[in-house]
Design a protein around this ligand. Structure first.
Ligand code: ZN
Ligand code: ZN
Ligand code: ZN
Ligand code: ZN
Length: 102
């Protein structure tokens, strides 16, 4: 039983590390959109005005980021369903890993 307990602790620790070390799962803009708002970051507002994605916050632009840039809602069924639930589609806005761009 001791082994199982320490294993559980290890798994929990790994999950914790994963959730904190990884960058945000979705951009601020996608998150704001899920809440029915537009992202209020100055950089994002400026980018949207030019129908672009924000280089800073949406560097790894997902389908939803691109849709926001085009002032549209993403048409993917999975994203539409997620938006209805006021959530971000986790399939199209996956957690990013910090070491990806290194
Ligand atoms: Zn933003
Ligand atoms: Zn921005
Ligand atoms: Zn999408
Ligand atoms: Zn999706």
């Amino acid at each position: 039983m001791k082994f199982i307990k320490s294993l559980t602790v290890a798994v929990c620790a790994a999950a914790f590390l994963l959730s904190t070390s990884g960058a945000m799962a979705e951009s601020c803009c996608v998150k704001a959109k899920a809440g029915g708002k537009d992202c209020s970051h100055k950089c994002c507002v400026a980018a949207r005005a030019e129908k672009k994605v924000c280089d800073k916050c949406q560097a790894d632009a997902s389908c939803c980021d691109k849709a926001i840039a085009a002032a549209k809602a993403c048409a993917h069924p999975c994203c539409v369903a997620a938006t209805k639930d006021k959530k971000v589609c986790e399939k199209c806005n996956p957690k990013k890993k910090d070491d990806k761009k290194a």
